[in-house]
Design a protein around this ligand. Structure first.
Ligand code: HEC
Length: 291
């Protein structure tokens, strides 16, 4: 096995181990980052919904107060505003969704689906739980969902307790069958946001691929450089010395001098060989003259 082959073998083995370890570590980091990114998006959506609710309650509802005597305007309802806000976002981002999933909603479009009802039930059973995160498959691909409980307070009772207490305009619009009978402190529903996982995972995969490509390119470049340097500084002069030594060993004294340039060690070896060759010459000549 040639020297270069052995060195290349060692380099490839070291690279394979190093690349595997770095690749595994990097993939773990990228995956964690992708998860964090997805969760941050979900948090941002929830915060944005809260901001839309707050804006409606503090700025829009007071303006509509007078008109509400004649007609109930859902635009004054904070929960309606947050849902509508995200319905518009869905037009451009169909894989993101926001719902105020409710077990007994006033507007039927807010009725919790089975999996959402399960989450609401968990919030009801575990009062200390403030957030629930999970993953599920959707027609738009796998997504992460983040849910927070919606709890009824005394402020909600004028409209959500019993129909008799609700404004007549509200009853005229929504009827008296849905969205009533809520209790103070009861978890009536959950804000549920869904964020696609695919985008963040695809960008993590792209980053991983780019890293592997860069690593492989750097390694191939290193391999070429090491081979060229080893060949010119070690392999070629050693081969040359072997040829010269071969010729001398069969008595061919026309062989040229051993090369004494190149790397310090190789040059020293060449010089030593040359000196040995001259000593040998002298010794042989002395032997011949004695005969
Ligand atoms: C002025 C009456 C009124 C008050 C007060 C009120 N709501 Fe509502 N709420 C409504 C109406 C009307 C809707 C339906 C809006 C729509 O068309 O989407 C609604 C919808 C909701 C929804 C969406 C699910 C559904 O029922 O359609 C939630 C959740 C909700 N309200 C929670 C609350 C909470 C919690 C409070 C108290 C902090 C509250 N509401 C106070 C009238 C009210």
């Amino acid at each position: 096995m040639s020297l270069l082959f052995r060195i290349n073998l060692v380099l490839v083995a070291v690279f394979a181990v190093a690349a595997t370890l770095t690749g595994l570590a990097l993939r773990a980091v990228l995956q964690t980052n992708a998860q964090r990114e997805i969760r941050a998006e979900a948090q941002l959506m929830i915060d944005s919904a809260l901001a839309a609710r707050d804006y409606t309650a503090s700025e829009v509802a007071p303006l509509l107060h007078a008109q509400m005597q004649h007609e109930f305007l859902p635009q004054s309802v904070a929960f309606y505003a947050a849902t509508e806000h995200f319905l518009r976002l869905r037009a451009s981002r169909p894989d993101y969704s926001y719902q105020e999933a409710t077990l007994n909603p006033m507007n039927p479009r807010d009725r919790a689906t089975d999996w959402q009802a399960d989450i609401i039930q968990r919030f009801r059973n575990e009062p200390g739980m403030h957030e629930f995160v999970g993953e599920r498959d959707t027609p738009m691909g796998r997504s992460l969902y983040l849910a927070r409980p919606i709890r009824a307070s005394a402020d909600c009772m004028p409209c959500h307790s019993v129909p008799a207490q609700a404004p007549p305009t509200l009853l005229a619009r929504y009827g008296s069958n849905n969205g009533f009978g809520w209790q103070v402190g009861e978890v009536v529903g959950a804000q549920v946001v869904s964020v696609p996982i695919a985008h963040a995972e695809a960008s993590a995969a792209r980053a991983f691929g780019a890293f592997l490509l860069a690593l492989a390119t750097a390694f191939v470049a290193l391999l070429i450089i090491v081979n060229v340097v080893l060949y010119t500084l070690v392999v070629r002069p050693v081969r040359r010395m072997a040829q010269i030594a071969d010729r001398l060993s069969v008595g061919d004294y026309s062989a040229p001098d051993f090369p004494s340039h190149g790397g310090a060690e190789i040059a020293a070896l060449g010089t030593s060989f040359n000196r040995m060759r001259r000593s040998l010459d002298k010794a042989l000549k002395m032997l011949e003259t004695q005969r």
